[in-house]
Design a protein around this ligand. Structure first.
Ligand code: 5GP
Length: 190
């Protein structure tokens, strides 16, 4: 997606350990126009897929997911990274955080992820696929069908994308980072 790639090249910053910071337009300050264009592109790419719900994980997946839900007139549910005392009837899994280097619980209510749901999962980044693996586990536990996974940015030099595609998951990434070596952002098709 050209507008996204141009923006990453203009405003993205490399950090040690293969981390790309996009705080200026995705992860902290957000650009709603770009977010809308991102949602439109996900909708185009998943046009042949029958879905009744958009699934994401807090926090940075929520903005693109809600844009998609709004445009498609579908509900959006986000997996929570803390177990609230008030959440009954929940499904839980453990995820290792790439950026924080620790494990955390991810939970979702069985009321909002059900056996007859057909979902697309949306997130900001795909790195090693740990969050995605947690979501696959939650979908399995709930009986929901995972129709595909969409990522704003995939880092191809980390192996989450390869793992998911080998598992037969339909993966759509709007910008694919080939390398962040020497603090130079190299993007596929840029
Ligand atoms: P994974 O679970 O695929 O290993 O990592 C994906 C999650 O880690 C994303 O939800 C995102 O929040 C975070 N993440 C992974 N890599 C990066 C990165 O390079 N930059 C930022 N800002 N977040 C990242």
């Amino acid at each position: 997606m050209k507008a996204l790639i141009d923006r990453i090249l203009k405003d993205g910053k490399c950090y040690p350990g293969g981390i790309l910071k996009v705080d200026k337009f995705i992860n902290h300050q957000m650009d709603p126009n770009l977010m809308k264009d991102i949602a439109v592109e996900f909708i185009r790419r998943f046009a042949s897929t029958k879905v009744n719900k958009i699934l994401t994980i807090e926090a940075s997946g929520i903005a693109p997911a809600i844009m998609m839900g709004f445009l498609m007139n579908l509900p959006v549910v986000f997996a929570k990274k803390k177990k609230p005392n008030t959440l009954d009837n929940m499904l839980a899994t453990k995820v290792t955080s790439f950026t924080k280097q620790r494990d955390y619980d991810v939970v979702i209510s069985r009321d909002y992820l059900c056996p007859d749901d057909h979902v697309i999962f949306i997130d900001d980044f795909l790195a090693y696929g740990n969050a995605a693996k947690g979501i696959i586990d939650l979908c399995k536990q709930s009986g929901a069908t995972l129709e595909g996974m969409g990522f704003i940015i995939e880092k191809a030099f980390q192996d989450g994308g390869q793992y998911l595609r080998e598992q037969g998951v339909r993966v759509e990434s709007l910008a694919i980072i080939e390398s962040l070596e020497n603090c130079e952002i190299k993007i596929k098709n840029a």
